[in-house]
Design a protein around this ligand. Structure first.
Ligand code: HEM
Length: 463
């Protein structure tokens, strides 16, 4: 009956999103694991299974060829899409650069600048005019500008006041949406045939990828021309580390595109649901205001680190609304998961952070409630992180997200800056305090129809 519900789409009568239905099935399962036969896919929300796949028996759960095929045209041999030595090499290089003090302080400077010079003026103007703003669109523009500047030192200017149309951002959206559609199809034969004939969605995908390729080639040309020695952007650091001309353009293109995918939609997704939740839970926004330091115009990196309540709000938001709602691996050779589930070689195994955030076995009976203080159980109410295999929002184990610290800094900086100055109210029917909006299917979660909001300036002595 599960397969029938999947194929006919009848699950949608009862659940808003496919993820909500999976969460329901996983809650009902005694092991926290189900098998969807028609997809040849095992889905799990069991932390012991997640740890086994991502750490204990990591080599038996690669991304695999099937995943590489789905995203291969867009991501090529970039870090997201490869296993084995190709992955190990890029991981080593990227973690060295992302961990360096120079790159971190360069990134923080970019984030602070984009907040002060672009994000805040856009919000202030909407507050003055009393107009309705699509906050999801604003955050996508913000995150795209930021990741492009951090990754390549180039500014696409998507969040300029006139909100220009960006050919690159548009092409990137189309390409990731169509790649995700390939993955959702019951059989890969359909998209493979369309690609062969260059028709329909595959023709559209091909066109979008060409735009991305041209833009990436342009960025790389620019970098080669202007030199990389004194630049702190990631592309320059990779080129310098590899000895500039020694690396070919295709390799650099694949890195560029992987970072664009990694850093844009994830951050904007989390920021969008954060303000959706704050609008429905104004006491949480007030507590964030109360925690944020003094009257300084902008906050320092050190000050941000000390904001435990804000940190808890972010993590509670991503528990309910993880930007990457599910993640698949392919089982290389027959295996048995810790909960006793048999998995055959070649089968797909998916762990599901969205469902895991909604499991009473992990979060207790109030798993559905938005309650930041569940994270503040340390000395003096300090933040205590969850076990990563119970909360694999940034993945966990050997392939844990490399941009995690950067993303947290970026989201905290935006959260605090906006909350201090503005009150954000979602327009229209916003449902219950923590219930799910309708998401569009894609590689990262985005809300169908965006997030229309009204902005009001906060009067200082009300804080
Ligand atoms: C809220 C923000 C973010 C979330 C929730 C997130 C989540 C994730 C997840 C789930 C993965 C695993 C993907 C997979 O292997 O299928 C991942 C990998 C990765 N992320 Fe993030 N990410 C975020 C932001 C960022 C940012 C800002 C960057 C870069 C500046 C970044 C860089 C990476 C990289 C390079 C990988 C690949 C790691 C590897 O395969 O070894 N992420 N991230």
């Amino acid at each position: 009956h599960v397969c029938r519900a999947y194929l006919t789409g009848s699950w949608a009568k009862e659940f808003t999103n496919l993820g909500d239905w999976y969460a329901h099935l996983l809650r009902e399962s005694p092991t926290g694991t189900v098998h969807i036969h028609v997809l040849g896919c095992t889905v799990t929300a069991n932390p012991a299974n997640v740890e086994y796949m991502l750490k204990t028996n990591f080599d038996n759960f690669p991304k695999g060829k099937k995943f590489a095929e789905l995203l291969g045209d867009l991501l090529g041999g970039g870090i997201f899409n490869v296993d084995g030595d190709a992955w190990r090499h890029q991981r080593k290089m990227a973690s060295l650069e992302l961990g360096s003090v120079n790159v971190r302080s360069y990134a923080f400077k970019i984030i602070a600048e984009e907040i002060t010079t672009r994000l805040m003026p856009v919000l202030a103007e909407a507050a003055d005019k009393g107009s309705v703003l699509d906050l999801q669109d604003v955050f996508r523009r913000f995150a795209f500008d930021t990741i492009c500047k951090i990754s390549f030192g180039l500014d696409p200017g998507c969040l300029e006041r006139d909100m220009p149309v960006s050919k690159l951002a548009d092409a990137f959206d189309t390409a990731s949406r169509l790649c995700a559609m390939r993955g959702a199809a019951a059989s890969p034969l359909v998209w493979k045939m369309k690609r062969l004939l260059n028709i329909g969605s595959e023709r559209e995908l091909n066109k979008a990828i060409k735009v991305v390729d041209e833009m990436a080639a342009e960025m790389i040309r620019e970098r080669r021309k202007s030199g990389v020695a004194n630049s702190h952007d990631l592309l320059s650091r990779f080129m310098a580390a590899a000895g500039d001309d020694a690396v070919d353009d295709k390799y650099l293109r694949d890195i560029v595109v992987s970072f664009m995918l990694a850093g844009r939609d994830t951050v904007s997704s989390a920021l969008t649901t954060l303000f959706m939740l704050l609008s429905k839970n104004p006491e949480v926004a007030s507590a964030m205001r109360a925690e944020s330091p003094g009257n300084e115009a902008s906050i320092t990196f050190e000050q941000l680190k000390g904001l435990h309540y804000t940190h808890a709000v972010l993590f509670e938001n991503m528990r309910l609304f993880p930007p990457v709602q599910f993640d698949s691996k392919f089982c290389a050779a027959d295996d048995v998961l810790p909960d006793g589930t048999n998995v055959s070689g070649g089968a797909r195994v998916m762990y599901h952070p969205y469902a895991m955030g909604r499991m009473p076995s992990i979060w207790g009976a109030d798993h559905h409630a938005f309650r930041p203080d569940r994270w503040l159980t340390g000395p003096n109410g300090s933040f205590v992180p969850a076990n990563l295999y119970r909360y694999p929002v940034f993945q966990a184990g050997l392939r844990v997200c490399l941009g995690k610290e950067l993303a947290i800094t970026e989201m905290k900086a935006v959260g605090v800056a906006v909350v201090r100055e503005f009150d954000v109210q979602v327009v229209g029917n916003t449902g219950c305090g923590a219930c799910a909006p309708k998401f569009v299917s894609g590689l990262t979660a985005s809300i169908s129809g965006g997030l229309p909001v009204k902005i009001r300036k906060v009067i200082r002595n009300q804080i």
